[in-house]
Design a protein around this ligand. Structure first.
Ligand SMILES: [Zn+2]
Length: 135
């Protein structure tokens, strides 16, 4: 039984402890799909470790937004060579951030749990198809 690679589990929004259960109910861009589950369906981990834990995800989300804004701004300049109209940049950056909001919501929480939560550790013994009751 192989272990699930971390990068694959992060991309798919899997539980950081067992890399099996889903953290979210649906796809990133489906209506209602970005509802977060309270517990992992596979190992029972509570995703919101403490009340208000995901406030910290705001900082991750902010960093993602800054990186995306810079990327969109540079891409707009490269594609249009425009250096006179601030409205073009305002529109593309705000529009891009609006379109990327569901992505940021999801991956800020995933990054928080995978990279910034020292209490959450990958448990390979949970990364199986067997039910973990007998552990
Ligand atoms: Zn789990």
């Amino acid at each position: 039984m192989g272990q699930t690679p971390k990068s694959k589990a992060m991309l798919q929004g899997k539980c950081p402890r067992c890399r099996r259960g889903n953290m979210f109910n649906g796809a990133t861009y489906s209506f209602g799909g970005n509802n977060m589950r309270e517990f992992c369906s596979n190992c029972g981990m509570k995703f919101e470790i403490e009340p208000g834990y995901f406030y910290a995800a705001m900082y991750v989300s902010y960093a993602l937004n800054v990186a995306e804004s810079v990327t969109i701004g540079v891409a707009t300049f490269v594609l249009t060579q425009n250096s006179t109209s601030p409205w073009l940049y305002l529109a593309t950056i705000l529009g891009g951030c609006f379109l990327l909001a569901p992505f940021n919501f999801r991956y800020s929480r995933i990054v928080l749990l995978y990279w910034l939560s020292p209490k959450v550790k990958y448990q390979p013994y949970l990364d199986t198809d067997d039910k973990p009751e007998n552990v």
